[in-house]
Design a protein around this ligand. Structure first.
Ligand code: BES
Ligand code: ZN
Length: 610
């Protein structure tokens, strides 16, 4: 079983534990590190081992204290550079050694964004955060950067003493740095084995507030109160998740609100979920992202995809749990409403990639494909749709949850592929094999485009969105006067999102329509990022010139890729906005997150000078 995204071979040896010493240097934008890996040989006569690195300067390698030979191989565009270490002695199967690598990261490390004080909320102190998923851990730690290997880690991080360091682990004290009185050392322990992509670090002027028995929110002080309000449901969600999936094993569940350039909605770093500030809607309406990241504590962080081809195991099950939590907090109708929204999202994604594009397979082939470029809603929503379909086929939510819980229990602390999941499904439902055999597995898993069957959805909450969106898409100019503010007053913000999402699946509205929509619904003034995002896309697609400035502003003032990439793409496809979009991208690029900068650059067909 090869991992096409890594040079490391877990067939020869596996890393069991990692001890990290980090010195974070904001002046030169590098981390100086010593990584000590406890490596266990999986075979006799092991003489060499290969670690993943990317843009790392390797200074020295020692094995059990003995300096040893190493060589960097040929560089690959997204996989980086293999580090081949020659062991000073042969290892036998089961034998452990400590491989100590001294190194320095590059200022362009793709896992890191270094923010100057001006780009922070407080404007006084610099800020650093990491995002390792999927294949960026190798830019900060030389390691077996594959989710098929799981390790515990301890870390000590030296930072300027006015700043706070946090990691995806339990905090284990802090002390002045004995080597430098202007600095402080923070210590961390992660005693549960995790894949490398869950290693995370943040350094900044961070403050915290306790919002539950095991939860603190962390952010710059400017956002702490807002965040405490927005995420107040966290403990209730954790309790529901435990009831559904089993004991929460990670101890602490903290939340960190990052600066606006954080490229994702949320990232399930163990003990410390990272989230985008675009969740701060003021009304808790975007808390499904928290339910989602909480759910990863079981699906993803306990049961982990063995390679990125099986990413749907992480995300599909997590979306399933996320929606079960929403169902309990609100209603079963709400769960169905979210599920149908997901189906529309899948349609949208497949329309963007093309229905024959192999990356729209539930299990894509990632040989030679950068997981960041293949990233889409497909593993989330095709994965969810499969589970929701199976739930209906096999006896309903309670019966199916029995399976999901047993699956988690069976594979906790392990890494799995789809066949492990499927074999377990057939074992669990051994009295329903005839039903399972009716599933068109090949169409679901290995065929691009929409799934072969559509599950059934309760339409109670969706109908209002559908009928209003149809009124707009069928309206002629003379009908426009009939629309009024009251059309949307009785709808929730989730329904506003869905209404706009439905219009985005249709042919663009005439510009007269979007102008009228602004008159009656005033969407230009809405802060909720999910509504604003879809509204501005709708305007740009209708070629409303006045919306160009607003769309460019949203695309650059925050950097969540889910918003920034489609906004830039739509602007690029609007001839009146194209040059401005490209110019704005080039101007902002030095301040963008490295992964966002790379992907938006590809979207805008900007050729990068090497
Ligand atoms: N683990 C993902 C984010 C991710 C995936 C980062 C792949 C890098 C590579 C996270 O759990 C996630 O799915 N976030 C979503 C949340 C949404 C589905 C509720 C997001 O960022 O929008
Ligand atoms: Zn996720």
């Amino acid at each position: 079983m090869a991992d096409h995204s890594s040079f490391a071979s877990t067939e020869q040896c596996v890393t069991k534990h990692l001890h990290l010493i980090f010195h974070v240097d904001f002046n030169s934008q590098v981390i100086r590190g010593i990584a000590s890996l406890t490596v266990e040989s999986q075979q006799d006569h092991l003489r060499t081992l290969v670690l993943d690195t990317k843009d790392l300067k390797i200074q020295k390698v020692a094995v059990n204290g003995q300096t040893t030979k190493f060589a960097l191989g040929e560089s690959h565009s997204f996989k980086g550079t293999p580090l081949e270490i020659t062991l000073p002695f042969e290892l036998t199967r089961g034998q452990d050694v400590i491989v100590e690598v001294s190194y320095e990261t590059s200022p362009k490390a793709s896992a890191l964004q270094w923010l100057a004080p001006e780009l922070t909320a407080g404007k006084k102190h610099p800020y650093l955060f990491s995002q390792c998923q999927a294949t960026h851990c190798r830019t900060i730690v030389p390691c077996q950067d594959t989710p098929s290997a799981k390790l515990t880690y301890y870390a000590q991080v030296s930072v300027p003493k006015e700043l706070v360091a946090l990691m995806s682990a339990v905090q284990d004290g802090g002390a002045p740095d004995p080597a430098d009185s202007s600095r402080k050392i923070y210590r961390f322990r992660q005693n549960i084995p995790i894949p490398s992509y869950l290693i995370a670090l943040v350094v900044g002027a961070l403050e915290s507030r306790k919002i539950g028995p095991r939860t603190m929110v962390w952010s710059e002080k400017e956002h702490v109160d807002e965040a405490a309000y927005e995420f107040a449901e966290t403990e209730a969600m954790l309790k529901i998740a435990e009831d559904l999936a089993g004991h929460y094993v990670w101890g602490q569940y903290d939340l960190l609100v990052l600066p606006p350039s954080f490229p994702y909605g949320g990232m399930e770093n163990p003990c410390l979920t990272f989230v985008t500030p675009t969740l701060l809607a003021g009304d808790r309406s975007l808390s499904n992202v928290i339910a989602h990241e909480i759910s990863h504590s079981w699906t993803g962080n306990l049961v982990t995809n063995k390679t990125w081809e099986h990413f749907w195991l992480n995300e599909g099950h997590t979306v399933y749990l996320e929606r079960r939590i929403g169902g309990r907090l609100f209603s079963e109708q709400f769960r169905h409403f979210q599920a149908l929204g997901g189906w529309k999202e899948l349609q949208n994604s497949i329309a963007t990639f093309g229905a024959t594009n192999p990356v729209t397979n539930l299990i894509p082939d990632l040989k030679g494909v950068d997981p960041d470029s293949a990233y889409s809603s497909v593993p989330y929503e095709k994965g969810f749709a499969l589970l929701f379909y199976l739930e209906q086929l096999l006896g309903g939510p309670d019966v199916f949850m029995g399976f999901v819980k047993a699956y988690i229990h069976r594979f906790a602390y392990k890494s799995v592929v789809t066949d492990d999941w499927k074999t377990f499904l057939y074992t669990y439902f051994q009295d329903k094999v005839d039903v399972l055999d009716k599933v068109d597995w090949n169409a679901w898993m290995h065929t691009p485009g929409m799934p072969p069957v559509k599950p059934e959805y309760d339409m109670t909450m969706s109908n209002a969105c559908i009928s209003l969106s149809q009124r707009w898409s069928k309206a002629t100019e003379s009908d426009l006067g009939a629309f009024c503010a009251a059309d949307i007053e009785a709808l929730s913000s989730h329904q506003h999102i869905e209404f706009l999402a439905l219009l985005l699946l249709e042919e663009p509205l005439p510009v007269t329509h979007v102008k009228r929509m602004q008159e009656v619904y005033s969407f230009n003034g809405v802060k909720n990022s999910e509504i604003r995002f879809r509204w501005l896309r709708l305007c740009i697609r209708s070629k409303w010139e006045q919306a160009i400035t607003l769309a460019l502003k949203m695309a650059t003032e925050q950097g969540r890729m889910k918003f920034t990439r489609p906004l830039f793409r739509d602007l690029y496809n609007f001839e009146k906005a194209r040059d401005q979009a490209v110019a704005m991208y080039l101007e902002r690029r030095p301040f963008m997150h490295p992964v966002t900068a790379m992907l938006v650059g590809q979207d805008l067909k900007v050729v990068t000078a090497q």
